[in-house]
Ligand binder design. Sequence first.
Ligand code: GAP
Length: 445
Amino acid sequence: MTKRTPIKVSMEKLVSLSRRRGFIFPSSEIYGGLSSCWDYGPLGVELKRNVRQAWWQDVVQKRDDMVGLDTSILMHPQVWVASGHLEGFSDPLVECKSCHLRWRADELEGDSCPSCSGELTESRQFNLMFKTSMGPVEDEASVVYLRPETAQGIFVNFQNIVNTTRKRLPFGVAQIGKAFRNEITTGNFIFRTREFEQMEIEYFVKPGTDKEWFDYWLKERLNWYLNLGIKKENLRLREHGKEELAHYARACSDIDYLFPMGWSELEGIANRGDFDLVQHAKSSGQSMTYFDEEAKEHFAPYIIEPSAGVDRSVLAFLCDAYDEEPDKDEIRVVLRLHPALAPIKVAVLPLSRREPLVKVAKELYADLRQCWMVSYDDAQSIGRRYRRQDEIGTPFCITVDFESLEDKQVTIRERDSMKQIRIPISELKTTLAAKLAGEPFEVLP
Ligand code: GAP
């Protein structure tokens, strides 16, 4: 069989599929939507939960040197003074004097408005933090910010983690949570939004070992995407030049993905040195050092930070999984999602709506639901039902037919190869568990 080149999906197609099948909807749609805000539908929420879970399992559960944390979105405003965000977390903004659209000066190709060719204002720095006020009185003293990164919640808890977990260097802290940035320009679906979710690791190491750990995490994080099925040719590492480094970073490399609009950042891995701990120590007057029992010395550890976006990962997984292939006179759309990420793992499809077939199928559906997200579909032909499941990435379909009543067996059909095997109902759960965990799907001669 000749190997087909997988197709590259356009953003329009992906937005349309996401909307049509209930992955992602525009936010507040009945009011015309809210720019750059999106809601995850019944399938999207499962996909997103699976992305978070795959990350948490790999970086926390399976490791001895990591712990988790969940800190608040609103933090003491002094955090953002110490971190440098109040002063420096900004992008250069220009405004068109004719149509008043606003642009990021560093992203423009010419020196006129990309929309109407009008003259642009001088560029000024625009702080990306969302401001709000805490309590019933709105004054300068009540100002708080929605966190622009989850990282600071980890830094300010450094001593709490050391004291309560007795972790010794090197060790890391992982957090998943919402972050907010009042981006000047947004777009490309869920790629760049003003409200998004991050999955961040702050890995504390002994100064001098930071370069080694930086390289370690680059490999580790690249492999995470590869192991979850992203094609190698769609990933690359890109090292930041000196002029591009964030104010806290000694070094940074991005893991880029080849999105429909071109290569763009999926995750950033930074060497933050001791910047954050030193800043918080100065600003709070509290000790942020670590005592090394062997060397009998106090120092602020260096920090390696792999920082990923949940929404951007969801987008990359969707783009990479999307495929179309000829199927008789039609096109089969299939999301070749890794089974760990697929929103629905198994679909139960009775061949007919007649009893006692339905009873058997529904019993099976109820039983399988105890283990996985399962869907039940008895509408239209079996071919159409397979297509519906292919399009949302369901790895396995179980068909219950009249023979099943006699031989107590069902057919399992695999999404990617469309191969089918027939197995006893009594072995269904163990077989599905093995196949979902990656056991090859082989049709016995
Ligand atoms: N703590 C470091 C930090 O926040 P970053 O490169 O600014 O670093 C890390 O952000 C990741 O967060 C990005 O690689 C991206 O996946 C995600 N991210 C950042 N801004 C985003 C936005 N406006 N919309 C969606 N995801 C975003």
